[in-house]
Write a protein that binds this ligand. Sequence first.
Ligand code: NAI
Ligand SMILES: NCC(=O)COP(=O)(O)O
Length: 338
Amino acid sequence: MPLGRLELPLAVSVGDPAGIGPEIIGKAWEARHTSGLAPFFAIGDIGSFAPHWSGPVVRIEDPADTLKHFDSALPVIQLHNCLSVVPGRPDLDGAHCAYQALEMAIGFARAGSAAALVTGPVSKSQLYAVGFTHPGQTEFIAERCGVAKNNAVMMLAGPDLRVVPMTTHIPLADVATTLDARLIRQRLRATAKGLQRNFGIENPRLAVAGFNPHAGEAGNMGREELELFEPAIAQIRAEGINVIGPLPADTMFHAEARAQYDAALCAYHDQALIPLKTLYFHDAVNITLGLPVVRTSPDHGTAFGIAGQNKALPYSMIAAIKMAESAALHRLAAADGS
Ligand SMILES: NC(=O)C1=CN([C@@H]2O[C@H](COP(=O)(O)OP(=O)(O)OC[C@H]3O[C@@H](n4cnc5c(N)ncnc54)[C@H](O)[C@@H]3O)[C@@H](O)[C@H]2O)C=CC1
Ligand SMILES: NCC(=O)COP(=O)(O)O
């Protein structure tokens, strides 16, 4: 059934203004008709666009003014006290702006002034340098929404592959001690629910990657599969969720294997993101499941090395905007029972 259109605009935080955020948002606005994008407004420093992108911008004071201007210029809500930043040269002023834009975008989405939140790329190390204490935007947004961090799930979604890293931005050396049966169960439940709410998949099929080579080879190459994964998966199956695994991680991402599941849950960041970004770097979207608001983001980072050179491709940002609209519409359709 067609999902219709949103009544509210989408809020797009610019991210680090020294990165490619302003350029990909500007280019997404240029593609608004050809890509059929829902109206959106940016949150950032209006002066940070010109060094990256030469299109028209218009300052608005209220998200509700987006529609009046969206056809002729990119609507921007101005941040306070943002100093100019040079593309490709991240500094603390830019990090402060990125932080402020994120905070404001969450506020608009939570207050019901925006239909969803799309976040531009930020540099984690730059944010840490200005006092950001969360591993990433995922955990920060969860906290602002009152959601426990283990119930907010990072999912990266491409055309025929969705992956969930069950642990996110932690040192690899800490993964084995962070993963426990409770976390695995929480991730599985939140992923199943998130696929229903945001993608309209009624009976999601989940697959869990093993932690060790060959999923432990019957306990001979590590015991996490026997001691953690299998009991956690059995419990989740008993709750009626369709889940397979633990599967050998090296053989679960080829095309025929991908067709067997709607999302692959992986033990750690790179186990999930390497297959996804290898296949779909410019098409994939980062979506946070388990939040009361819809949040998406491009899958890539700030790309400081190409900022301000008109080299950034906007496709992941365009996909993030489209997915935000579609997820918001799925939630609305479920809420009114249609
Ligand atoms: N959603 C987010 O906010 C994310 C933020 N990051 C942050 O980004 C920063 C840089 O991370 P990197 O590992 O260098 O990853 P990156 O994604 O910024 O760049 C990796 C490579 O891809 C290229 N690239 C990235 N986006 C592109 C685009 N749209 N068009 C053309 N080329 C593109 C870059 O030039 C670079 O060669 C880090 O500080 C990290 O914290 C990383 C991933 C996601
Ligand atoms: N590698 C994915 C990533 O960095 C996204 O992090 P987040 O800021 O969206 O939590």
